[in-house]
Design a protein around this ligand. Structure first.
Ligand code: PBG
Length: 326
């Protein structure tokens, strides 16, 4: 081992010009890495701005086909669909109806842009009248095992409607196994599962809940993870991998880079990170106040996800990046 050090070694040699820096740059982000989350509302006529997420709109369902065409034309290659339901009930049964919002928005998206990778978020909180991610017991707790069979029904409905990937985000124990079995039984053994494997009970989801119309009384701490736990996050991911996940995810993003880096060392699966609504809002409001340079902050934060080990990034900035605005 050479013991070279200053003045033989000068790390600044490779930093002198942009072309040199580009040659030795270890990480890059392209549109192939980005997934754009969108909100589809079945009950509105005109796009509704989300006040807590400047630049984000709820898309009226009737405009979805044209919006998808223009999102695809902008250069977005993958979308994650979130439905804003006006047909909520205690179980979220609209999600497994063949003419329900979930099925309709997937079908419309695939018809409008067949090559756009269409990912269906599989959860119930946008479709239950109580706002929780599953069915409730008489005592008001989320019933894990009864929710599993509903998740499988929802996943099959999504696959049947044409979803390229299903992404369960309910944080029920055993949900990947239940969904894999449900899909396989119905002949969808080739539909991949993107597991929200490490989803924390985070205050960073605040703006999303307003965007998706799923505010709830109480919290999700009995099923989502305690933000203070790192080892448990690795266990969650290892279990989802064993149950058959095709992708693992860490969510939120920026405060959880340690989890991402540790997971990178533990798994060979593609790793996804979700830059969530609160992270988006922080950047947008700080930029609007003149405190941050939005473009540079976005590039740096997405680059940091890749550097920490992410292969794919869910980000509300994806469309603006595709359009060359960021
Ligand atoms: C629903 C869901 C949430 C997010 C994605 N899917 C909210 C939650 O769990 O409360 C958050 C996304 C974001 O904040 O951008 N299960």
């Amino acid at each position: 081992m050479s013991q070279s050090s200053f003045p033989t070694v000068r790390l600044r040699r490779l930093r002198q010009t942009e072309s040199l820096r580009a040659l030795v740059r270890e990480t890059s982000v392209t549109m192939d890495d980005l997934i754009y989350p969108i909100f589809v509302d079945e009950g509105i006529d005109t796009p509704a701005p989300v006040s807590s997420m400047p630049g984000v709109f709820r898309i009226p369902e009737r405009d979805l086909a044209s919006e998808i065409k223009s999102i695809y034309a902008d250069g977005v290659k993958a979308v994650m669909l979130f439905g804003i339901s006006h047909h909520k009930d205690a179980t979220g049964s609209d999600t497994w109806k063949k003419d329900g919002l979930l099925a309709r928005m997937i079908k419309t998206t695939k018809d409008a842009a067949p090559d756009l990778v269409t990912i269906a978020d599989a959860c119930f909180c946008e479709y239950t009248d109580h706002g929780h991610c599953g069915v409730l017991t008489p005592e008001g707790r989320v019933d894990n095992d009864r929710t599993l069979s509903n998740l499988a029904k929802q996943a099959v409905c999504a696959a049947r409607a044409g979803a390229d990937i299903v992404a369960p985000s309910a944080m029920m124990d055993g949900q990947i196994k239940a969904i894999r079995e449900g899909l396989d039984e119905e002949g969808f053994e080739m539909t991949p599962i993107m597991a929200y494997s490490t989803k924390f009970a985070s205050a960073f989801y605040g703006p999303f809940r307003a965007a998706a119309g799923c505010e709830l009384k109480g919290d999700r701490k009995a099923y989502q993870m305690d933000p203070m736990n790192g080892r448990e996050a690795l266990r969650e991911s290892a279990l989802d991998e064993e149950e058959g996940a095709d992708f693992l995810m860490v969510k939120p993003g920026m405060p959880y880079l340690d989890i991402l880096a540790k997971l990178r060392a533990q798994t060979q699966l593609p790793l996804v990170v979700y830059q969530v609504s609160g992270e988006y809002a922080m950047i947008k409001f700080a930029a609007a106040a003149g405190a941050l340079d939005e473009k540079r902050i976005v590039q740096e934060s997405l680059g940091a996800f890749k550097r920490a080990g992410a292969d794919l990034i869910l980000t509300y900035f994806a469309r603006a990046i595709a359009r060359g605005e960021l």
